[in-house]
Structures are given as structure tokens and as C-alpha cells.
Design a protein around this ligand. Sequence first.
Ligand code: C2E
Ligand code: MG
Ligand code: MG
Ligand code: MG
Length: 285
Amino acid sequence: LLEIGAPADSARVGRKRGAPQSDLDVSEGALRAALSRREFQVFYQPRIDCATQVVSGFEALVRWRHPEHGIVSPDRFIGPCEQLGLIDSLTEQVFDEGLRWLSHNLPASDTRLSLNLSACSLDDDGLADRMEQWCRKAGIAPRRIIVELTETAAMNDPSAALDLLTRLRLKGFHLSIDDFGVGHSSLVQLARLPFSELKIDRTFVAGAIESSESQTICRAVIGLGHGLGLTVTAEGVENEAVLAFLAAAGCDSAQGYLFARPMSGDDTIRWLERHTQPDRTARAR
Ligand code: C2E
Ligand code: MG
Ligand code: MG
Ligand code: MG
């Protein structure tokens, strides 16, 4: 049931092929070489409107297509890229590839693309202008892009976040607060930031059936988001029971293995074709 839409192997992160990933080299030299060889590849995961089951967009999630280690998860290389000052180059490659994918495959639709921004980019004064240029080059209106920033990143430096996020919002980008609930937000500061979406962290979503505590947190976060005028998305929706709980609690959209794992660009388009046939909902069945 879970993965009819997702090609089982190519999409799976951390699947070992050849050398064990514990030997992965994330030194500056290795990461620079991977950037210049364009070994980073963007995968896409659909997000679905809870009420209508319609696909409303995709989140771009980067992977390292490593010649020896196979597909490497971003958890292994985002941190090293940030520490080594390489995250700007990685962000640019992901945005460039994601925007081109959107403009080639979904040029005349309202489908949105969510892109993740690193905490390290908050003090990058030129980023908002560069993002606008990348969009213009790809022929994509900024309103079709949702920029995700984690709650922890936004709250570590609220004034830098306010500055960058305001600039992005003025250019028309939508903004999303990612992994909400695991950081420690000042709600006053949160309310001041120009977000339009809040994503409930998947630890609460995953527990929403067994744990009444997680249920309470999900309901409270949905109420908080709506009260602040934000749409609420749940990440990590793995089964029907969780989806039913979220829909009943008023959650707006959902992302997770129930619908599809992150997939390559071509597989995503095939998935979309299958799941937008009139007799089908987004859900696997
Ligand atoms: P995130 O932005 O919170 O992305 C959601 C993560 O949850 C993704 O992990 C996704 O594959 C995973 N996921 C989605 N549905 C399910 C589900 O039903 N169950 C479970 N267990 N997991 C699910 P992924 O792709 O490994 O990415 C991890 C994190 O790496 C992302 O978390 C994001 O913070 C970061 N990341 C990914 N791509 C980029 C990027 O291009 N730039 C930056 N700066 N960070 C990125
Ligand atoms: Mg995200
Ligand atoms: Mg998240
Ligand atoms: Mg996360």
C-alpha cells in the first residue's frame, strides 16, 4: 500500500551499493569535487491537500549520487557543507535544478515547489536578489516557490531571519517554518516573522495515533498555525490512520511515505501522471 507511487530502489536513501557509507568522505576536497561534478541531485516529494487529496506541490530534497556509495542522505553532508562554507554553492545548485525541473515539466500550473534554506544563509545579504534572478532565469514566478527554514534556524537569530524573510516575502516568495515543535520558539517572535506556512515536525505526526501527547501537540500546533493565519502541513505521514486524524484535526496538507517517497525528477513526473488520472486520488491503493 505504501509505496505504489515510488520506485522502490532509486528513491531510497542510504541504500548501500558498493562501499559502505560509514567510509564516506565529507572532507572539503571531496565535497568541492562533488559540487563541480554536479553529483548532487534533487529528489521531489509530493504534498497533498488533506481535504481534496489533490497534489498541491512538491518539496525539493537533495541527495548525493555518489559514484561508490550510491545515494547518500542530506543528513550526511548538509552539516559538513555548512561548516566548510560550501552551503551557498549547494543551495544554488539545488535551486537551479529545482527551478528548471519545475519550468520544464510544470510550466503553466499553480503547483508549488518548496526549497529548504540553511541557517547559514540567514546573514547572506545578496541571497534574496539572487533567488529572484534564478526565478526570472527559469521563468518561474516567486509566488510558486515556498522557502522552508527550520524553527531552530529562525529562532537562533530572529533579527537576521526577519531581515531575509521580509526581503523574500516582498519579492513574492512564500515562507514556511519547518520542523515546528522541536525547537524552542518565542511565539511573539514567531508571529512577527512573515511566514505563510507551518510544518509540524514528523516526530509528533508519527506518534499521532499511539500517543495522546503527540495528538494534543498536533491539535495545538494546528490551532496555533491557523490562529496566526498560517496554513499547516504535516510531514512524515506514513499511514491512513494518521492522515484521518490530521484531516479531522483540520490540518491543511500532508507529506509522507503514505503518498510517495522523495523521487527523482523523471519518476516524479511519471508518479504525477498516474495520480492525476480522474479515477485516482493521490493516495496509493
Ligand atoms: P526536512 O526539510 O524536514 O525534510 C523532510 C524529511 O523527512 C526528508 O528527509 C524526507 O525524505 C523525510 N520524510 C518524508 N516523508 C517521510 C515519512 O513518511 N516518514 C519518514 N520517516 N520520513 C519522511 P531527507 O530527504 O533525508 O532530508 C533531511 C533533511 O535535510 C531535510 O529535512 C532538510 O532539513 C535537509 N535538506 C534536504 N534537502 C536540503 C537542501 O536542498 N538544502 C538544505 N539546506 N537542507 C536540505
Ligand atoms: Mg523541509
Ligand atoms: Mg521538516
Ligand atoms: Mg526535518
